[in-house]
Each structure stands twice: as structure tokens, then as C-alpha cells.
Design a protein around this ligand. Sequence first.
Ligand SMILES: Nc1c(C(=O)O)ncn1[C@@H]1O[C@H](COP(=O)(O)O)[C@@H](O)[C@H]1O
Length: 163
Amino acid sequence: MQVGIIMGSTSDWPTMKHAADMLDKFGIAYETKVVSAHRTPQLLADYASTAASRGLKVIIAGAGGAAHLPGMAAAFTSLPVLGVPVQSKALKGLDSLLSIVQMPKGVAVGTLAIGDAGAANAGLLAAQILATHSPELMTKIDAFRQAQTDMVLSQPDPSQVTL
Ligand SMILES: Nc1c(C(=O)O)ncn1[C@@H]1O[C@H](COP(=O)(O)O)[C@@H](O)[C@H]1O
């Protein structure tokens, strides 16, 4: 496995699935696991501190509300940790975002956007990190971006579209 996708609760899966789908697109092997800094603190410590020795290269961590999971994972490993703020019901994910993004200097978490787009981009960014050591993967990412550009450029003038 090259990427570990962890999340605070199974309720985060509909969001975090977008990260998994992106990794699938590029044929990148990953594992998924519910790990919580709050509810399963020892599991988090064990998971993150053994991640590098188990061969993982990047961790994607998604959580909502008081989202301490990405920061605590980063505290236990020197692997890059990408944090996904899951949209909460009460505060629409602003709580998750602020909990993840304001890390103290010296322990880094790469924070993505709130929700599905953030999860998908976490998968994409993980692929891009891995691609720095894989020309084959870089070619796939270049092709993905070109296809996206071509799709946008082929769309008709918005004023001609009947909604
Ligand atoms: N933020 C965290 C952490 C953590 O940061 O360790 N563990 C669970 N949670 C979050 O609690 C929310 C509600 O969880 P439940 O749906 O299980 O009640 C989820 O979005 C989860 O990520």
C-alpha cells in the first residue's frame, strides 16, 4: 500500500470515498481505516507511528467537527499528511477546516478544501507526490489534466446553453 486513507468515523466515508476514487483512477494502492484521535487514541498512535515502516508514502486524513485527526497523525509520523475537512452538520465544515488548517509551525498538514472536492484533491495531490518518483504515474496525471482541459474547452458558449 502506498497511501493510507484514515477517517474519524465511518460517517466520513461518503466524503473520503472521493479520495479513494481518485487513487483508483491512477491505479494507486491504498488502505482505508477508521482511526480517531479522540475515540481510539492508541490506535492512532500505533497507525501513524508505524505507517512509514509499513511502506506507506502519504497519509490522507479526513475528519469533521473538532478535527484533530490529521494534526495528531502528523505528530506521529514524518510522512506527508493531507487533511480533509469533512463537512459537519452544525457549522458546515468551517469548524473542521479551522481545526485542521492552523497547525503550529514545525508540524505540517497539507489542508484541502471542505468536503468532496477536498477529498478528491487529496487523492490527486497524493498521486502527484508519488509521481515525483514515478515517470509512469506522472504521464497518467498529465493525461488526466489534458483530458480535463479538453473537456472544458469543448463546452459551448454558456450563453448558448438552455438550462
Ligand atoms: N474529528 C473526529 C475525530 C478526531 O479528530 O479524532 N474522531 C472523530 N471525529 C469526527 O466526528 C464526526 C462525527 O462522528 P460520528 O458520525 O461517528 O458521530 C465525524 O466527522 C468524525 O470525523
